[in-house]
Design a binder for this molecule. Sequence first.
Ligand SMILES: Cc1cc2nc3c(=O)[nH]c(=O)nc-3n(C[C@H](O)[C@H](O)[C@H](O)COP(=O)(O)O)c2cc1C
Ligand code: SF4
Length: 658
Amino acid sequence: MERYPAVFRPLRIGGVTLRNRILVPAHTTNYGEDNLPSDRHLAYHRARAAGGAALIIFEGIRVHRSSLGRRQGVNGYERAAIPRFARIAQAVQAEGARLFGQVIHLGRHIDGNFARMPAWSASAVPWSPTAPPPHPMTEAEIEQVIAAHGEVAANLVEAGLDGIELTMAHGHLLQQFLSPAVNRRSDAWGGSEENRLRLALECLRRVRGVVGGRAAVGLRVSADEFLEGGLTLPDMQRIVARLCAEVAVDFVNVSHSAYHGSYTISTQMADMGFAADAFHHLPRGIASALRDSGRDVPVFAVCRFRSVAEAEAMLADGAIAMVGMARAHIAEPALVRRAAEGREEEGRPCLSCNQGCAGFLAQSLAITCLANPRAGREAEWPEPPQPAAQRKRILVLGGGPAGMEAAIQAARRGHEVELWEAREELGGALAWTERHPALRGEMAKLLDWQRGALARAGVRLRLGRHADTAAVRAAGPDAVVLALGAEPAAAAFPGGGRGMTMEQALAAPDALPDRVAVQDVLGSFAVAGFVEWLAGTGRRVTVIAPTGTPGWQVNIYSSFAWRQRLRAAGARILALQAVQAWEGPGHATLTDLSTGEVRACDDFDAIVAPAHGLPRDSLAAELRAAMPELSLHLAGDCAAPRSALEAIFEGHEIGRSL
Ligand SMILES: Cc1cc2nc3c(=O)[nH]c(=O)nc-3n(C[C@H](O)[C@H](O)[C@H](O)COP(=O)(O)O)c2cc1C
Ligand code: SF4
C-alpha cells in the first residue's frame, strides 16, 4: 500500500465513502437473462468487489423499451429487476465495495428489430453508413425518456445501489442530442448548444430530483467525440461546467468517443495500437475547467490503465479523483488487492487485445477474456480452484498458451504436472510477439504471466523434450493433455505457386524484399497484427483481400483505428481480388472477384498468404491406438486451429477438469 499512496486513500462522493481510488467502469457483459440482471452478474461483480476495487459501476441499464436491442442487455424499468439488483448490491457491499448503476438510453444504434420498432434518436442520422436512419423523437417520446431515466434511477436506489451514473458518453442518446454532428433539429431540442444540451440537463434534473440525497449522482461524458463536426474538449469543458452549475453533480467520469461507424469507435476501448496515455489530457482538461468554474467535483479518468502503478501516476498530483480500469478488471478481478499485498505479478495482465471482451460484445455474446478464461464463469470456476480428490500424474505436451494454461490449472488443483516442449522455449505461436515487439507486443505479457504461474504452481518443465508414444508410455501418466498447436500453412494459388507463411516471413524479416503482398483470407487479429508489423518495417505493403474486408474478424472497437494506421503506413488494399498465380518476384496474376477479370500484376516481389494451420494431431491418433485406456485431452490448435483465445480457454477448462 505504501507504494501507492495516492491510490490507497479513501474518497467521499456524495454521501458515499470509497475505500480507495480505483473503480470498475460500466462495461456491458451480455450476462443479462431476459433483459434482467443474472446470477452470472452477481458472481462476476462479487469477485471484483472481493478483489479490492472501491467502486463498481454496473453496465448500461436500459431505461426504456426503445433502448433494449437484445435479450442479454439489462433493463431497470421492470419491477422484477429490483430484487435482482438488490442481491448484487448486497454482494458487492458485503465485500467492502460500492455499487453504482449506469442509466442509459442507447438511441440510434440499437437493433430496433428486437423490440419491433425503429431506433430512436435526435434526428434521422444513422450511426453508420450501413445502418437505417433512426426515428427522430417526438416531444412526447422525449418526455417519456426523461421520465424513464427518473423511474429507473428510483428503482436502482430502491434496490440499494449507492449511486447513479447518467451516461451522456460514447455516442448514446443524450450525446446524440448534444452533438452537432447528429442533432439536426430546429425545435427546442436542437440548434443552439443550449437546446442540444436540454435533454441531458432534463434527465440529470429528473434523476437528481428522484434520488435526492439518498445516493450519489454523477455523469459520464465523452470529452472528445473524435468525429468530424462533433464535440471537442473545449465544448465539453463548457458543457460539463454548465451541467454542474445547474444540478448538484457528485462526480464526472470522463471518457471519449462516439458510437459512430468510423475511427472514433475504436478509441472508446483503445487497444494496444494506441499509446497508453493517449487520452489522459481529456480528464485533466475537464478537471481544470471545473476548477476554473469554482466547482470541486471529483473527476474520474479511464482508458488503458493496465496497472495500479499507472493509476498511481495519474492520481499523484491530486487533479484526478479516481481511475477507472474496466478491461484490467475483466482480466484480473483481484487487481487492487494484489497491489495492496505487493503481489501484482500474480495478477493476469490485460493485453489491450479487444479479442474476448470487445470482440464478444460486438457479436452480442457473453463477454470473456483472452487472458482470463474465468471471466464470466466465477461461480462455476472458484478461485483458487477446488483441490483434486485424488492426486494424479499429468503430462502436458506442448508449451504454447494452451499447454501452459492446462498445466497451471492442473497443478493448482494439486496434481503432479510435467510439461514437455520440443523447443527450447515456451510460448508456441505467441512467442513471435516476444521476438518482435512491434507484432502485437502486449500479447507477450501473457507469456510472462504464464511462465511465472507455472513456476508458482510447481509444474516440472522439460524443454527440448520431444514426445512420442514410447516416451509417453514410459512416463506412465494418469492423463495426457495434448497442446501441440498447428503447423503454419500458406495458401497454394489455383493457377500455380504458393505464398509464404507468416512464420517464414517473421523468421527472416531481413530476407523480405521491399515490396510485399499479404493475401488476407483469414481476417484474424493475428494476420492484422502481421500486416501492421510488416508495414511498420517500412516496406511497401499490398493487402489483397478476397473477402472484400482485410481483418474481417477484427471487431469495430479495433478495426477502424487499425485501418487508419495501415493507411498512415502507406499500405494499399486490393479488395475483392485474389492471387490466381505466383511465378516469382514481380510476376503475379490477380483475379478480380467481382468481374472475373484476370490481370498480370508486378507490384510486389513476395507474397505472404496465411492459411489455417494444420493441427499437429498425429500423436493423438497414435496414442489412442497404442494406449486406448489413456485419459487423453486435446486443447487449442491441435484440436482445431483458431486463436489464442480459444486455446487458453480450452487449456484452462481441461486443467480444471482433471
Ligand atoms: C466489453 C466492454 C463493454 C463496455 N460497456 C460499456 C457500457 O455499458 N457503458 C459504458 O459507459 N462504457 C462501456 N465500456 C467502456 C468502458 O467503461 C471503458 O471506458 C473502456 O473499456 C476503456 O477503459 P479500460 O481501458 O479500462 O477498459 C465497455 C467496455 C468494454 C471492454
Ligand atoms: S480480452 Fe484482451 S483486452 Fe479484453 S480484458 Fe481480456 S486481455 Fe484485456
